[in-house]
Design a protein around this ligand. Structure first.
Ligand code: F6R
Length: 356
């Protein structure tokens, strides 16, 4: 029998809002986002900044992590992503702060934005509107206004590219935007390779999804870009397929989680470990991945290795994120879950708002 992901009728029956089409449009989104200009055009200076802080939650917050990974080697000050209510004590007049909220109404981000503003930080907003756009307008803070009507997690291109553009414009990084442009032909090829028209046998995203159907995905990355990708895979599986998933990264997991697979055989056997890898790994990390796979393969249900492909670090980062995005939508389809709605997040936000 055909898998649901290979039946266009079933795909459109389940994916009622067209998440698959939105994911397919990722390269176009990056291209479009590279053209977005801030309003008003005057940007704060990056001269003498001690750090870059990105405020954002969930699908918006991951943009900070992606920028951190994409700018590694170019940005000479630390980049911290703040995912919560606490604004680090070091944030002040010499900090460049990006407030990123797709809706513009996320309370943690708005809270930190208010405090960063009170401390005289240099501010930039990335949003489709909401309260964040209002506050930015009132305070003369430049806004990268991105198109409305998408799910935040399906707007990754719109959310992270403006931060890169801003950092380039301010002279805080160089060559990253060019790297993104140069990655576009690769991403366009991947949108075909991972896309719905390629059947499961030849489509790595569909194969991975089908392999994860009856298990609890545990995604292992590696310090740096692959840890960011693992976090993205986990969140996309949660929100698109509506199943639990967990992530961790090498080498840190060797100092704790590796031991944790020793007991609870029933739960461990339900877990499918996905090891995110890349051609040029730290040699000691490669060795760690191999040894760890050997040590724990008898405890977990499955271990799958997935390699990021591409000629540059940026290409490999985007390739593996893209593969995970497609995979999570196919997993949703196989589980007959409409990938778009995130009813629980909405309910939770409503109840918080009602509580005042
Ligand atoms: C929904 C999603 C969520 C939101 C998060 C913050 O698609 O990805 O994780 O991103 O609830 O909301 P925004 O992005 O509007 O600030």
């Amino acid at each position: 029998m055909k898998n649901l992901v290979d039946s266009p009728g079933e795909v459109s029956r389940i994916d009622t809002s067209g998440m698959l089409d939105v994911v397919k449009g990722f390269p176009g989104q990056i291209k479009e986002a590279l053209e977005i200009r801030p309003e008003p055009a005057r940007m704060p200076s990056a001269d003498g900044i001690n750090s870059v802080v990105v405020l954002g939650m969930g699908g918006s917050g991951i943009s900070g992590d992606v920028v951190g990974a994409a700018c590694a080697g170019s940005l000479k000050v630390p980049l911290v992503t703040v995912k919560g209510y606490h604004l680090p004590d070091h944030v002040g007049p010499d900090t460049l702060v990006f407030a990123v909220s797709y809706s513009g109404n996320t309370e943690e981000t708005l809270d930190c934005f208010g405090r960063a503003s009170a401390r005289g930080a240099r501010l930039v907003a990335v949003t489709s509107g909401g309260r964040l756009a209002e506050l930015a307008l009132e305070g003369g803070v430049p806004i990268y206004r991105i198109p409305p009507g998408f799910q935040p997690r399906a707007s990754l291109g719109y959310l992270f590219v403006p931060i890169v553009s801003a950092l380039e414009q301010m002279g805080a990084v160089s060559g990253v935007a060019r790297g993104l442009k140069e990655a576009l032909p690769m991403l366009e090829r991947r949108s075909e390779e991972y896309g719905p028209d390629v059947p499961m046998e030849e489509n790595p995203a569909k194969r991975l999804a089908v392999g994860l159907v009856n298990s609890l995905p545990v995604i292992y990355g590696q310090e740096g870009a692959l840890a960011v990708a693992a976090r993205r895979w986990k969140a996309q599986v949660n929100e698109n397929a509506k199943v639990p998933a967990f992530d961790n990264w090498f080498p840190e997991l060797n100092h704790n989680e590796t031991v944790g697979w020793q007991n609870h055989a029933g739960i461990c056997s339900m877990c499918h470990l996905v090891m995110l890898r890349q051609p040029e790994e730290h040699p000691r990390v490669s060795l760690r991945v191999d040894i760890t796979s050997e040590l724990i393969s008898g405890s977990v249900g499955h271990v799958t290795q997935v390699y990021a492909r591409g000629d540059t670090g940026i290409e490999r980062l985007l390739d593996i994120i893209y593969l995970g995005d497609f995979m999570s939508v196919y997993l949703a389809i196989e589980l007959e879950q409409d990938p778009t709605p995130v009813t629980r997040i909405e309910k939770l936000k409503r109840r918080l708002a009602d509580a005042g």
